[in-house]
Structures are given as C-alpha cells and as structure tokens.
Design a protein around this ligand. Structure first.
Ligand SMILES: Cc1ncc(C[n+]2csc(CCOP(=O)(O)OP(=O)(O)O)c2C)c(N)n1
Length: 649
C-alpha cells in the first residue's frame, strides 16, 4: 500500500488528502527526512521543526501562483518533498543531486534562491508590490526564523513593508533558537510574548464575561478596550510589529495542523502587512535533535538509533586549531575580544566564550554590526577578533572599508570556510574574499598552508597594528606537527619550499600541499618546479616573485578563490607594473561562474585544483610550447638568496 506522501507530486495532490490525515503525512515526512539526512548530512533540526507548518502553508495557499519565500532556505526539505522532488530527495546535497536550499533552476515552486539570513521580507515586499502594479491578487508569504529576524536586513524589510502597506504575510517561525539559542533584545521580546500568553487567555475570558452582562456589557468591553490600548505596550503581544505597521497574529502552535490551517485561512482574507507568530520546536519528533538542536542544526551523517555522528578519524580541523590558539593568546593578552555573528560553535569561538565570557560577544545574525562593533572596540584599545565565515563576511564589506580600514584599526578577521565549502553550494562557497579584501588599503591578507601556520598567522595578525585577515579552509587540517611557540611571520615574506628551474608554482593557502605533490609528479616528466608558499596575498612578496619571474619566466598561480581580482591577478598586476610583461603566467582557480554543491573533492578535481589537475594543466602548457623557450632570457636574472630555499617541512 502506498504512503500518503507517495501520492503527492505537487501541492494540488496535497490538497486531496483529507485534513484528518495530515498529521499522518507529517509523520511520514519526518521519517523520510531523518532517514535521508542520516545518510547525506544536512540541516536536520530546522527541517523537523517546520513539517506541519510547511504542510499547512501548501494546503491553504496556492503555490506557485502564491509566492512562498523561505528565509535562509535551509528548512525547505518538506517543501521539496511536497513540490515534485520526492523521488530525487535521496540525492540531497550530493553532486548533481537536489540542493539543500531553494533554487529557481530546480523547481517552479522555489521562488527565490536563498542561503544567507534575512532576505525574505525584502523579497516578499518586492513581489507584493509587483503584484499590485500588475493588479493581480496572489498571496505573498515570507517564512523567517527568529534567528534570521535578528538580521538588520530583516528589519529594513519590515520598516519598508509597514510603510508601503501592501498585502503580504510574514510567518515568524519562532523556535527560540538561531543555530545556538537566539540572542539579543528581540529574542527577549519574543520570549516575553510567549510567556505573556496567560494574559491573552485572561483577556478573552474577561471579554466573554463582560459581554454576558445585560445592557452595560458592551459598554464595559469598549471601556476595557480603551484601557487595554493604554497598557498595550506592557501586555499585548507583538506590539513591536504592530508599531511597525504589521497586524500581529499569534502566538500559535506550529505543530497543531488544524490550528495552523484555520489561522492561515482567516489571515488570507485580511488586508495589509500581517505577521503570524508561529511557535515550533527545533528537532521536533527526533529525540536526539530535540535535545541537542544546535548539534543537529547542520549535521554530518549519523546513526539513527543512537543519534551519534558518523565521523572519520581526521587531523584536527582548522577551526579547532584557531579556537585553541586564540584562547592561548588571549590568556596572555586581556585586550583580545572575541566577536561572532551567531556562529560561536561553527567558528570555534565557543571555547573563547567559555573561558572569557566577559570578552565575548555574540551579536546575532548581524555581520555588519559585528564588524563596526569591532572597529569601535579597536578604537578603544582592544584587539577584536571577528571570527566569521568567508561567505557571511560579504555582508559587511562597507563596514570593513568604512569602519575599519579607513581608520587603519587593528581588527583581526579570522575567516573560516574560505575556499570551497562543498555541499551547501553557491550561496555558501567562500570564493570571493581574496578579491574583495585585497583591494582595500591598509588591509593585510594571509592564508596558511596548514594548521600549524594558521597559528603563526593569528599571532602575526594580532601583532600587526592595522586590519589583518587570515583566511583558512573548512574541515580538517593537514595533520602536521604543531609548534608550541608562536611566532610573528615577517610581513609580506613568502616561503620557498622547492627549487626547480622550469616553472614557478606560486600557491596560496590549502593549494600549497597539492602544488608540492604536483611538483613531484611533474618531475617524472622532466619538468622541475619551484614551489612557493606565498603566505601573503597582501602585501605580496614582490621581491621574490620578481626575481623568480626573471630567472624562470613561467609562473603558475593557484588559489581557491575566483580568478577575477584574486591572488593570480595580484601577481599579474605586479608583473605588469614592473614591466615584466614577457613572463608567461597561468592562473589556476575558479573561473567566472558560481560553483554548484557537491563534495569539495569532486569540485576541486573539476576545477583542476587537486594535485592531478595542477600537474595536468602545467604539462599542457609545456606541451603547447617548447620547454627551454620559457625563460626570460632578455634580462639578466639576479641570484635568489640561498636562505630562500629551506627544507620542505
Ligand atoms: C547572513 C548569514 N549569517 C549567518 C548564517 C548562518 N546561519 C544559517 S541558519 C542560522 C540560524 C538561523 O536561525 P533561524 O532563522 O531561527 O532558523 P532555524 O534554523 O532556527 O529554524 C545561521 C546563523 C546565514 N545563513 N546567513
């Protein structure tokens, strides 16, 4: 016998399921999500929390005519299962499988691509306004979590939405959690609403009693309403949203399907901007995820029975090494402040928070504020470290420029997940930071070849009297021995790892070890490569690069960043400025396109960023041009100092 879910290929099929069967459907969906995510990994807890909510939205509204915009989009697994992707659901987040986020390319039911928090209200407002201009009458619904509601962008949307007064619905999915428990004054406000429910119940009961009194009952209700208006700010829920121009409805139980259906059916007919406050439980229906919603926010594969994560034995992650090193340095230096935008666990700042609670700030999903706040702290003599993922730092570009770099303030940017991130796809790849940071005056940009060098670079950044960024990749380190003593690396000095006469491979960050391995492969073909660990993207070691360019005449740059404006571009700019225009340069990196989801190994291979790819690309250049003609023979080459060629570590 087929399950209810198997009968659903689109929201119209869903509407054929009787209301009383919807809780059973919810159970089936939960089972599919848990089974799938236990194998693929993914955003389990957020998705388990919105199963009933998603069913109710699709049951009442009429997608794709009615527009549903999912904020962040990490909670769309039920939506995907109900909108034609049931059979492909097992390919979730896999290379060439379905995405873990809404994607317009994937389905007509995915209204807007999302991945970063706080965009949904602005989009919903735009779609509502466009509808008004066209004199159409579809509904527009933004679904946003209480964590994402802390983003400044969400408030900008609310502010504009309340004023424009278009018909739109914002569903606030309040589970009192961001990735970890939600923070900030808004979360306190929402919590007050939840705990103020008693007052609402009391209010309706009093109203009923008054109305039952013959003759004067209605008068008393009107009087009570006037009194209520006066004390609204103290007791009535949602006053904040009402003042912003949104009709507040709620709080309502987000797991009670009949209640959700009735609410949505009534609200659908209302005019103007409406905010429905829905209360859900993150991880609902899977006890390990209910208990540890933060660990199960984004989970690797896990054992369903025990809830234990299935992890391979790997060297410590870059995040972990950063986390420990920062604590080590902060023990000696009281000026160090840790700042995160809702990612204490992900960035490893949780360790800092435990040891130095008074020097730690989780500012909510507010990257712009995090950076400006850091600028202010630096001004006051502190040494703020903003630990942030490369992709989310994009949000704060103006703040880096305007509130840090112009004043040359000593803020350290610990940029995690720089490079390919894998399964989360294009919205999360950290492929732009080299380009967007190296163009800023005063900014130092470094990338370590391994986790040991990350430690020294953090020390270097904190010793520097201006803004400095250290970018490092997602996942485990290389497994190198860790130096106990931290040293400041000399500013702008690269490291020569291998000496060869035919080609100079200039690698940065996690491309250094693959470059070294490719040099070994090339040796077998008679191609001798010099391999440089550039260490600094800015300032670039132009002395060394210039000398090698003149001596060898063929440079290959490698970076896990877009080629436009990246590390290779910096090298080309330098060569051009210094008149070294006859040096042959081949850049390896990400071309001018967004990179899809899939395991980093597959993606690296596709872009020639692994050792096999690097040696193949270099070999191809040699095959297209005789080897000996590569050198820039017209200029006398200066000797490279001997100490530039230390042993490979
Ligand atoms: C701009 C930005 N910063 C950080 C993140 C990382 N992130 C993904 S989901 C999330 C928490 C979202 O909380 P909420 O909106 O309440 O959704 P929930 O997972 O609790 O359902 C965060 C911080 C992001 N996606 N975008």
């Amino acid at each position: 016998m087929s399950t209810l879910l198997e009968r659903i290929n689109n929201p119209d099929d869903l509407k054929q399921i009787p209301r009383y069967d919807l809780p059973k459907l919810a159970e089936e969906i939960r089972e599919v999500i848990i089974n799938t995510v236990s194998k693929t990994g993914g955003h389990l807890a957020s998705n388990l929390g919105v199963v009933e909510l998603t069913i109710a939205i699709h049951y009442v509204f009429n997608a794709p005519v009615d527009k549903i915009i999912w904020d962040v989009g990490h909670q769309t697994y039920t939506h995907k299962l109900l909108t034609g992707r049931r059979e492909r659901f097992h390919t979730l987040r896999q290379y060439q499988g379905i995405s873990g986020f809404p994607k317009r390319d994937e389905s007509i039911y995915d209204t807007f691509n999302t991945g970063h928090s706080g965009t949904s209200i602005s989009v919903a407002l735009a779609l509502a306004k466009s509808r008004d201009v066209r004199c159409e009458d579809n509904s527009v619904i933004a679904v946003i979590g209480d964590g994402s509601m802390t983003a400044g962008l969400a408030f900008e949307g609310l502010n504009n939405g309340g004023a424009l007064n278009s018909d739109m619905i914002v569903i606030l999915n309040d589970n009192e959690m961001s990735i970890s428990p939600n923070v900030g004054a808004l979360s306190v406000h929402l919590n007050r609403i939840l705990t103020g429910q008693l007052f609402n119940k009391m209010r309706s009961e009093v109203e009923m009693i008054f109305k039952a009194i013959p003759r004067i009952g209605n008068q008393m209700v009107r009087f009570a309403e006037r009194v209520e208006e006066a004390i609204k700010g103290i007791f009535v829920p949602g006053r904040l949203f009402e003042d912003l121009g949104f009709k507040y409805v709620g709080p309502i139980d987000g797991h009670n399907i009949p209640h959700l259906l009735d609410t949505f059916n009534s609200v659908k007919k209302l005019k103007g901007p409406i905010l429905i406050h829905v209360v859900t439980k993150k991880g609902k229906g899977y006890p390990p995820a209910e208990k540890e919603a933060d660990s199960f926010h984004g989970t690797p594969p896990f054992d369903i029975k025990t809830g234990n994560f299935i992890k391979k034995e790997t060297p410590p992650s870059y995040t972990d090494i950063f986390s420990k090193t920062l604590v080590e340095i902060a023990r000696e230096d009281e000026r160090i402040i840790g700042i995160t935008a809702a990612m204490a666990d992900g960035t490893g700042l949780d360790r800092f928070a435990t040891e130095f609670p008074h020097r730690f700030y989780d500012v909510g999903i507010a990257e712009q504020h995090a950076v400006t706040f850091a600028g202010g702290m630096a001004l006051e003599g502190f040494k703020p470290v903003v630990a942030i993922y490369s992709t989310f730092l994009q949000r704060a570009y103006d703040q880096i420029l305007h509130d840090v770099c112009i004043m040359n303030l000593p803020v350290t940017f610990a940029i995690d997940r720089a490079g390919l991130v894998g399964e989360d796809g294009p919205t999360h790849q950290g492929l732009f930071d080299i380009s967007y940071l190296r163009s800023l005056p005063n900014m130092v940009v470094m990338a370590p070849k391994d986790e040991n060098e990350l430690r020294h670079m953090l020390r270097t950044a904190l010793d520097y009297h201006g803004p400095a960024a250290v970018r490092y990749p997602r996942g485990s380190g290389v497994g190198v021995p860790i130096d106990k003593k931290l040293i400041s690396i000399e500013m702008g000095i690269a490291e020569v790892l291998r000496d060869g006469k035919d080609v100079v491979i200039l690698a940065i960050g996690n491309t250094v070890y693959p470059a070294l391995e490719s040099a070994v492969q090339l040796e077998l073909d008679g191609i001798n490569a010099t391999v440089i660990n550039a260490r600094f993207i800015k300032p670039l070691d132009t002395d060394l690069i210039g000398k090698l360019a003149k001596k060898i005449g063929f440079i290959v740059t490698i970076e896990e960043n877009v080629l436009q404006g990246g590390f290779g571009s910096a090298v080309l700019e330098y060569l051009s400025e210094s008149g070294l225009t006859d040096v042959r340069v081949k850049r390896i990196g990400i071309p001018d396109e967004f990179v899809a989801h899939g395991s980093p190994q597959i993606i690296r291979k596709n872009y020639g960023l692994d050792e096999g790819g690097i040696s193949r690309i270099i070999r191809e250049v040699f095959e297209s041009r005789p080897l000996r003609k590569m050198g820039v023979s017209s200029r006398p080459s200066r000797e490279i100092p001997h100490n530039h060629f230390p042993d490979i570590r």
